[in-house]
Write a protein that binds this ligand. Structure first.
Ligand code: MD6
Ligand code: FE
Length: 221
């Protein structure tokens, strides 16, 4: 039945590149509680459409939880410990998020990433129909040795996975509710993005897709 097809998928890991893997449905069983926790985060730190240094308003709405949050404005991309919208610290990363991030990292072969490189930042993305994320690298983190864990919730999206250069070939992969991507190592700086979201209705999230990305921004002193 189409409504529930993301619950019943082949869980064999998909290798994207050296050090990068997608774990299909890894978070499927806990997706509903992750969405509930995510909405509680957004109660304290509302979703907003950030402006890029070039002056464009992003189509993806974003918020953060954790000690540090990723922000963008005319001055550039960076991590901030206070939410510029509220002036308050970002909400704490909910315990079920941290548990999932640790289990996914271990399943992908990064068992040693924590406690030395536990996530201290979690970016929360919300995609409405048509929202997209242009090809980019995640390179604003101080610790590029720690892997990033990325969780897809709600409507499916087409993930674009390129190489070390923006102009290289791009692989397209469908990410469904509960899919978890873990990448580090040689793929840590690979270009990637999300194609414009197709309209739909998901039982957990209605008309949108959410994505959580866990990062370790600050290395040990
Ligand atoms: C998204 N993800 O899935 C956007 N970045 O909505 C990312 O930009 C991303 O999935 C770094 C590592 C994994 C990711
Ligand atoms: Fe990214």
């Amino acid at each position: 039945m189409e409504l529930f097809d993301d619950l019943d998928r082949d869980a064999t890991p998909i290798r994207l590149g050296d050090g990068a893997v997608v774990l299909p449905g890894f978070a499927g069983g806990e997706a509903a509680s992750l969405v509930t926790a995510l909405l509680a985060v957004a109660d304290g730190a509302p979703f907003r459409h950030l402006v890029t240094p070039g002056g464009a308003t992003m189509s993806v709405a974003m918020t953060n939880c954790g000690r540090l949050g990723w922000v963008s404005d005319r001055r550039g991309y960076r991590y901030e410990s206070l939410d510029p919208l509220t002036g308050r610290p970002w909400p704490a990363i909910p315990a079920p998020f941290l548990s999932l991030a640790a289990r996914a990292a271990a399943a992908a072969g990064y068992a040693d990433a924590c406690p030395d490189a536990c996530p201290d930042a979690c970016l929360v993305n919300r995609y409405a129909p048509g929202a997209r994320l242009a090809l980019h690298q995640d390179r604003d983190e101080g610790d590029l040795a720690a892997p990033i864990v990325s969780v897809s919730l709600g409507l499916p999206a087409t993930f674009l996975f390129g190489g070390q250069e923006r102009s290289g070939p791009v692989r397209r992969l469908r990410l469904e509710n509960g899919d978890v991507a873990v990448w580090g190592g040689a793929s840590r700086l690979a270009f990637h993005g999300i194609a414009p979201l197709r309209p739909g209705n998901h039982r957990l999230t209605g008309p949108v897709r959410y994505n959580l990305t866990f990062r370790h921004v600050t290395g040990l002193p």
